[in-house]
Structures are given as C-alpha cells and as structure tokens.
Design a protein around this ligand. Structure first.
Ligand code: PA5
Length: 425
C-alpha cells in the first residue's frame, strides 16, 4: 500500500493565478532551506526537527518499557496537562481507539470544579490508577492544582509509598517538577528543553501516554521520519509542506480570514483540536494569521455548513480525506415504508464518501478554495506523518508571516488578570 499523504488544491475562481503558487514557493526556498538545515535563530526550540533527537529508537524503546510496566497493572491512567502538554497524545488515542489498555482519562486541561469532581468519582470505580503530570516548567496553574489533588487522591488510596510508584511526571530537567520527583520517588520523564509544548508530540510528552494506551509508538515515529525525509528532500516548488504554507499565505493576502479543517471521521475531532492549537498559538500574533476552525462532518454540515455555503466568503477549506475503507455497515432491506429504499444494500462507508464528495463539489462550486489532504488510513504511521507534517508546515507558515513560531506571549494576558483576582500579587 502507498502510505504517502497527498495534497491537492482546487480553486474554481482562480483566486490563486496560474504559476503564482510556484513563484511564491521559489521565493520562499531560502526559508525552507534554513528550516531543513536547522536555523540557528531557533536553535533553542527545534529539538523536534530531526525526530531522532527527541524521539529516537532508544527513547521509544525506553518509553515502551515504562509503558509495559503501567499496562501490566493499571486499569485507569490520567494524563494531566494543558495545551501542548496533553493535546497530541489525546488526539492519537481518540483517533486510534486502542482497546486493550487502561481507561484513559484527562485532567489539568480545565479548572472546572464539576470536571474535577467527576474525575475523582470516576477514578473510585477503578482498582488500579496511575497518573502522569506533564508540564514544561511546572508553573501553569491548571496542571499544578490537578496534580496536587490527584496525587493526594492516590496517597489516600494506596499510601505514600505505593502512590509514588503510580506517579509519572514529565518535565524539564532541573525544574521544580523534577525536584518533586526526586524528593518523593516519582518516575521522571523528560520534556526536552529544546521542544515547546505544541511541538512536543515528538517526545516523551506525546509518546508515553500513547504507549500506555497501547498505540504502536514505533510506527508513529516511523511515520514522522518518513515525512521528515520527504520534506527534507523535496525542492521548494514541489515541497508538500512549503506548498501548504504558501497557499495559506496567498489566501490570507487575498482576504481570506479563516481556514476550516473539514473531515468526515469524528474520531479526528481531537486531532483537529491539536491542529487548531498548533496553528492558532504559533501564528496568531502581530495582528495577522488565519483563524483555524473545524467542521466535523457530516454533523457540522447541518450547522456551520449553511454559513459556508451562503455566508460571508471569508474562509477556505482544507479537507482531510481517508482513502482506505476501515469499517463496513450495510443498510438492510426494510418492509416498513420509511422511504430510504434507495439506500438499501449501500454501505455507510460509501454513503459517507458521497457526502464528502458532494460537500467538496458544492463548496468549490461556490468558489471556496479547497485543499485536500488524502491520507491512506487513520493509523499510527499516518498520524506520525501528519504530526510532523503540520508542525513543519506551521513553522514555515510562521516564517512566511514573519512571526515567531515558538512563543505565545498573548497567553499571559488572561493569566495576569486571573492571578490578580486570585491574589497571587
Ligand atoms: O504550546 C505551548 O507551549 C503551550 O500550549 C503549553 O504547552 C501550555 O501552555 C502548557 O504549558 P506547560 O507545559 O508549561 O504547563
């Protein structure tokens, strides 16, 4: 099976003129070369670039071994973290739905009292609970307080010594989280110094919870390496990552304000959330950038679909299409008159594909520029490719915009107001 991802662009109104994209890619060739070679300007943030520095085979084997210990004993595993620290593993686990591991729960991604109360109540129904707190510098409020509550919960249930065996923390070496682990015997995993939150899928941060859930993380990292090699080898005009970044930039310049990621497999919902975070938090600076939004179809066709077809033409659409059939459910014959006989014998898979093709046709005929990524399947290898692909494209896209891909100064504004209200200063 051909495992590669393809990208096509359909633009019935000629919003991007013939040759314009190629020209833009040629102009951006130095940006691509710098990113591929490792730009010294971002040396402190691109530890993920080679894949092997933060997620090489030895590290993968180590994480698999740690995960085996958890899987042998745990029937529930809570990942504590927010933003880049929890999105990537949750996206993969929700997309791949591994069946034979512990129940996977998430905490520290909200301050909702109800959520925390429900998590604690839910954990009571499991015999053996493990937790993994992920925080780069352990200064973020959400994971900080969730970790406190959940580790005390484990201590109450199992006693301090046994609880310590059930606690993993992923942080920067030398951080207060590291010290906490040393002082109390928790297992410490590494949040690589040169990798920021939303780029951390290529590290212990993303890979350890995936491994605990039962995902083949060697396949994930193989997919990442395959995409890395492809991006590193392709010349600018044909480069799949640069073409995407350049199309986005051209459409932004031509007045499009939003990019909508559209897909017809709801198990990609959390992957889409990761995609939104990657682009919004990296690009949304200096009063520029596309606003990333999502349409999980066919459900959202019955909601935002109306706006897309007839509302203000401010968005373009990026379809994520799955090529390989992965399930089959046929519509049975029916004696009772429900007027759906034209579908008898047809498969949900094919009906869903007709909805996707119909949506693509209707939206592109309206004049909406449509990109389409065709992925071979929703599996570990393909997700690995997608993670690397979008991270790298996002980096290039930020370079085209002229914004720093790796910081997020705007996030501090709400924190400042919240801390004032909480009496921190
Ligand atoms: O991408 C990012 O850097 C952010 O989304 C962070 O991951 C998020 O704010 C959580 O930070 P931390 O891991 O330090 O708690």
């Amino acid at each position: 099976m051909d495992r590669s991802i393809t990208l096509t662009y359909t633009d019935l109104r000629g919003v991007i003129a013939p040759g314009e994209l190629e020209e833009r890619c040629r102009q951006a060739a130095p940006i691509l070369s710098r990113a591929v070679a490792g730009d010294p300007q971002y040396a402190g943030f691109t530890g993920w670039r080679t894949v092997d520095e933060s997620a090489g085979p030895d590290r993968v084997a180590f994480l698999q071994q740690q995960a085996r210990r958890v899987r042998q004993d745990a029937d529930a595993f809570v990942t504590i973290g927010i933003g880049g620290s929890n999105q990537s593993s949750r996206a993969a686990i929700k997309a791949l739905r591994p069946q034979d591991g512990p129940a996977m729960l998430w905490s520290g991604n909200t301050i909702s009292a109800r959520e925390m109360a429900d998590t604690l109540a839910r954990l009571d129904s499991y015999k053996s609970v493990y937790i993994n707190c992920i925080a780069k510098n352990f200064e973020t409020l959400e994971p900080g307080i969730a970790f406190r509550v959940l580790r005390q919960y484990l201590e109450r249930r199992y006693g301090e010594q046994e609880a310590a065996k059930r606690i993993f923390a992923t942080g920067t070496p030398g951080s207060t989280l590291h010290q906490l682990c040393k002082d109390h015997g928790y297992t410490f995993l590494t949040f690589p110094e040169r990798v920021g939150g939303r780029f951390s899928v290529l590290s212990d941060v993303g890979l350890f919870p995936m491994a605990v859930a039962g995902i083949d993380i060697a396949a994930v990292t193989d997919g990442m390496r395959m995409m890395r090699d492809r991006i590193f080898a392709q010349p600018a005009e044909e480069n799949i990552a640069l073409r995407y970044a350049a199309i986005r930039k051209l459409l932004l310049e031509k007045g499009y304000a939003m990019e909508m990621l559209a897909f017809f497999e709801p198990r990609l919902d959390f992957f889409a959330k990761w995609w939104v975070q990657t682009f919004a938090e990296s690009e949304g600076k200096d009063d520029t950038a596309l606003y990333p939004i999502v349409s999980s179809n066919s459900e959202d066709l019955h909601a935002v679909g109306q706006y897309v077809q007839q509302g203000r033409p401010i968005l373009f659409e990026t379809f994520l299409t799955v090529a390989e059939r992965d399930a089959s459910v046929r519509i049975p014959p029916e004696a009772k008159k429900d007027y759906f006989d034209y579908l008898t014998g047809k498969d949900f898979w094919d009906i869903n594909n007709a909805a996707r093709k119909g949506t693509f046709a209707a939206h592109s005929q309206r004049g909406i520029p449509c990109l389409e990524f065709t992925i071979p399947a929703i599996d570990a290898h393909t997700l690995g490719q997608l993670y690397y692909y979008f991270i790298f494209s996002c980096y290039l896209s930020c370079e085209l915009l002229g914004v720093n891909p790796f910081d997020q100064p705007g996030v501090e504004a709400y924190k400042h107001q919240m801390f004032r209200l909480l009496g921190k200063y």
